[in-house]
Ligand binder design. Structure first.
Ligand code: UDP
Length: 328
C-alpha cells in the first residue's frame, strides 16, 4: 500500500490517479488546508483509495496511519509551496515543511518503512549560475520555501546513512496542466501561478492578468520558465518508485522539459488556443523571480527512462478545460 501525503492537492491528486492505473491501493493523508475534500471524493470513485485527514505536525496523526495500514512506500507532497508567503512567515514554513517531514520520517523508521519519493523543487538551486540547470548545480536557495526543501533533502541523506531510509528527491521546475479527463486540476486559493492566473481572467472579467516584469535580460524582457506537464510529472513519480523498488538506492532528479517559454509567449499561446480577449497589465518585477529557470533532465531520462509526452499547448488546453469546469 502506498501512502501519498498531500494527495488532495494539485500534484498529489494527479499522482493518486497515476498510481491507481497500476491498481495500487492508496492511502491519502492530507490536512485539507490547501487540499480539497471534493478532490478526495472524486479520487475515491476511481479505485482503492483510503483517506485520513491529519496533520504531519501532530506525530500521533501520522502514527495512526501506520497503525491502521500496512504501508510499503511513501510519496510525500504535503507542504506549503508559496515563495512570497514563506518570506513573510518563515516560521510557518519551517514548522510545517521541516518539522512535519521529520515526524513523517521518524514514524517511517519506527515502522521499518524505508522508501520515500520526495517532492522537491528547482528553488533549491537559487539564482542560476548557469542554465540549463543540472543536479550538480550549486544549491543556494534564496527564500525560506526553497530552504525548507533543501534542508529536507539533506535530512533524507542523513536518514539514509543512519537508518537506511532510501529516498528519491524529485526537483520540479514549473508544473502545468490538468488530468486529461479533467477529474482534477490546479486549485489554489489564492492562485499565484501564471497559467491559472491567465485563465481566471477569461472567466472573471473583473480580473486583470498582470505580467510581473518586462525588463529582464531575455529576448522579450519577461521571465523564462520550463513548464512540465503534471501527468508527465506524476509518471516520473511512478518511475522513481519503481527505481527505488529495483535499486534500493537514494538519488535526486530534475524534472523539466528542457524547453523555455517566456511569460509573454505563454500569454500569447493561451490567447491563441482559447481565442479569448484577456485584459493584461504590465507590473514591476515580483520579488524573488529569477530571469531564466531551465532544466537539464538528462539524468531522469537516462536512469528513470522518463520522457515528456505533453507539450505546453497540451498543458494549457487541459488547464483551460479544468478552469472552465470550475466555472460552470
Ligand atoms: N507571473 C506573472 N503573472 C502572474 C503569475 C506569474 O507574470 O500572475 C510570472 C512570474 O513572475 C514568473 C512566471 O510567471 O516569472 C512563473 O511564475 P509562477 O508563479 O507560475 O511560478 P514560479 O516560477 O514562481 O514557480
Amino acid at each position: 500500500m502506498i501512502l501519498i501525503t498531500g494527495g488532495a492537492g494539485y500534484i498529489g491528486s494527479h499522482c493518486v490517479i497515476n498510481f491507481l492505473r497500476a491498481n495500487d491501493e492508496i492511502v491519502i493523508f492530507d490536512n485539507l488546508e490547501n487540499g480539497h475534500i471534493e478532490t478526495v471524493n472524486k479520487l475515491k470513485t476511481l479505485g482503492k483509495v483510503h483517506f485520513i485527514q491529519g496533520d504531519l505536525k501532530n506525530k500521533s496523526d501520522i502514527e495512526n496511519v501506520f497503525k491502521e495500514y500496512k504501508i510499503d512506500c511513501v510519496i510525500h507532497f504535503a507542504g506549503y509551496i508559496e515563495v512570497a508567503q514563506s518570506v513573510e512567515d518563515p516560521s510557518k514554513y519551517y514548522k510545517n515543511n521541516v518539522l512535519g517531514t521529520i515526524n513523517l520520517l521518524d514514524v517511517m523508521v519506527e515502522n521499518n518503512v524505508k522508501k520515500i519519493v520526495f517532492s522537491s523543487t528547482c528553488a533549491i538551486y537559487g539564482e542560476p549560475q548557469y542554465t540549463p540547470i543540472d543536479e550538480n548545480h550549486p544549491k543556494n536557495p534564496i527564500n525560506p520555501y526553497g530552504k525548507t526543501k533543501y534542508i529536507i533533502e539533506q535530512i533524507l541523506d542523513d536518514y539514509d546513512k543512519a537508518y537506511g531510509l532510501k529516498s528519491i528527491k524529485l526537483r520540479y521546475f514549473n508544473v502545468a496542466g490538468a488530468d486529461s479527463e479533467i477529474r482534477t486540476g490546479e486549485w489554489h486559493e489564492p492562485e499565484t501561478h501564471l497559467i491559472p492566473n491567465i485563465l481566471k481572467s477569461i472567466f472573471d472579467k473583473n480580473r486583470i492578468f498582470k505580467i510581473y516584469g518586462t525588463d529582464y535580460s531575455t529576448p522579450d524582457g519577461t521571465c523564462i520558465r520550463d513548464y512540465v506537464n503534471v501527468e508527465d510529472l506524476t509518471e516520473a513519480h511512478r518511475l522513481a518508485y519503481l527505481y527505488l523498488l529495483k535499486n534500493n538506492k537514494s538519488d535526486c532528479f530534475n524534472l523539466g522539459t528542457e524547453k523555455g517559454s517566456s511569460v509573454k509567449e505563454v500569454f500569447d499561446t493561451v490567447k491563441a488556443l482559447t481565442n479569448k480577449e484577456i485584459q493584461v497589465q504590465y507590473e514591476q518585477r515580483r520579488a524573488g523571480d529569477a530571469a531564466v529557470l531551465l532544466a537539464n533532465s538528462y539524468k531522469a531520462k537516462e536512469l528513470l527512462g522518463w520522457n515528456c509526452k505533453h507539450s505546453l499547448k497540451d498543458s494549457i488546453k487541459t488547464a483551460y478545460l479544468w478552469e472552465k469546469s470550475k466555472n460552470i
